[in-house]
Design a protein around this ligand. Structure first.
Ligand code: KG4
Ligand code: ZN
Length: 357
């Protein structure tokens, strides 16, 4: 089956063409340049940019795939979670196309997309390091700018969120701390680069929720601790001499986030006795995080999977198409979030999954 998928959940306008779970094309138009000067995503700007770009992005995905619009069997779109006014643009476009082509439209949960992103295969159907059914049950560690979640996956469509952030997401913490340090947006890649040049251990930052006894995360305390440390640096006049301390500061911050994620992941795999871990979300671009996860899981003999390409780590539509493929296969519209919203969509004849008979 050939699927055209769209995602406009945050600040990336994305479209992809998928054949079963193979990624034929994957186009992502990033809005980072537009939001940069504001230090974060501005919803109105995001909406306008999605509206301006969606047609071109969809056309480019079709062009690169060399698939004709008439040969698309299903349309798929992210309905949530994400920025409501941004999501609407993708949903509207997908609905219009599905109606015009008289083909079914599948609504996809953005986080299920991140969870299943390791199952994506390249255009030739290759992903030798990818997971199979024998790797289930698995624990998804999903870390992005909007979410930090531990999701138990027993089967396709059988998911349970067993831990999540009580406040900021891990990526958001990277972005906010980078802002405090005047390092620009998005913070993740810059903080990582600075951390590489530093050594952790000089700033005594807390490891969030280390002993909370549950599987939830919280990064606002760490963020506040960073704010106080920066205030101290300003008071003592050292702040200006960033070269002397900023690399070590970033190393300490990154270390605290990674430790917090790994500790909870270790607790989760012990509690739920899973066979593998699936990594997803923009923050998994962080190499020290992946290394720490792999090293901790090796000790527990749990396999670790990640998408075959970094283009599938952050927001993209290929993961939405892959997710739609598994939904269509099981004839189900199971979602992780917002059950009411999906019921509402299910009543909408256009958004219902209709299998061909
Ligand atoms: O999944 P994603 O592209 O978008 C959301 O759904 O939010 O994730 C974006 C987040 C941003 O907060 C960004 O700072 C973070 O991922 N990020 C990183 C790295 N690269 C991107 N965080 C830590 N280390 C990185 N190398
Ligand atoms: Zn995302």
């Amino acid at each position: 089956m050939t699927i055209l998928a769209i995602d406009t959940s945050c600040d990336e306008t994305a479209a992809a063409v998928i054949r079963n779970n193979r990624v034929i094309s994957n186009v992502i138009s990033s809005q980072v340049e537009l939001h940069k000067k504001w230090g974060g995503v501005v919803p109105d700007i995001a909406r306008r940019a999605h509206a301006e770009r969606i047609d071109a992005v969809v056309n480019e995905a079709l062009k690169r795939s060399r698939v004709k619009l008439d040969d698309i069997d299903y349309f798929a779109v992210t309905y949530g979670p994400g920025l409501a006014i941004a999501l609407e643009i993708g949903v509207k476009k997908a609905k219009e196309m599905a109606l015009k082509q008289n083909k079914p439209l599948v609504s996809v949960d953005h986080m299920e997309g991140h969870l299943l992103s390791s199952f994506a295969k390249n255009s030739l159907g290759r992903n030798p390091k990818g997971p199979t059914l024998t790797d289930l049950p698995a624990m998804g560690l999903l870390v992005s700018g909007g979410h930090t979640e531990l999701v138990l996956m027993k089967d396709f469509g059988d998911y349970k969120i067993v831990g999540e952030t009580l406040d900021d997401a891990a990526g958001e913490a990277f972005d906010k701390v980078a802002k405090m340090l005047n390092l620009g947006y998005p913070g993740g890649p810059i903080v990582t680069e600075f951390a590489e040049k530093g050594t952790p251990g000089s700033f005594d930052l807390p490891i969030p929720m280390e002993n909370s006894g549950d599987l939830n995360f919280s990064f606002s305390g760490l963020k506040t601790a960073c704010l106080y440390k920066i205030k101290d640096l300003k008071k003592s006049g050292k702040f200006k001499d960033q070269k002397l301390w900023i690399h070590n500061f970033c190393a300490d911050f990154q270390n605290s986030v990674i430790k917090s994620l790994v500790i909870k992941l270790q607790q989760a795999i012990a509690e739920y006795k899973v066979k593998s871990v699936f990594l997803g979300g923009g923050v998994i671009a962080n190499v020290p995080l992946r290394r720490a996860v792999r090293s901790a899981m090796k000790k527990s003999r749990v396999k670790v999977y990640q998408p075959y390409s970094p283009k599938l780590f952050g927001d993209n539509a290929a993961m939405i198409g892959v997710c739609a493929y598994y939904q269509i296969k099981r004839n189900d519209n199971m979602v992780l979030h917002d059950k009411n919203r999906i019921r509402e969509l299910d009543r909408d004849p256009v958004l219902q999954i209709r299998t061909k008979d």
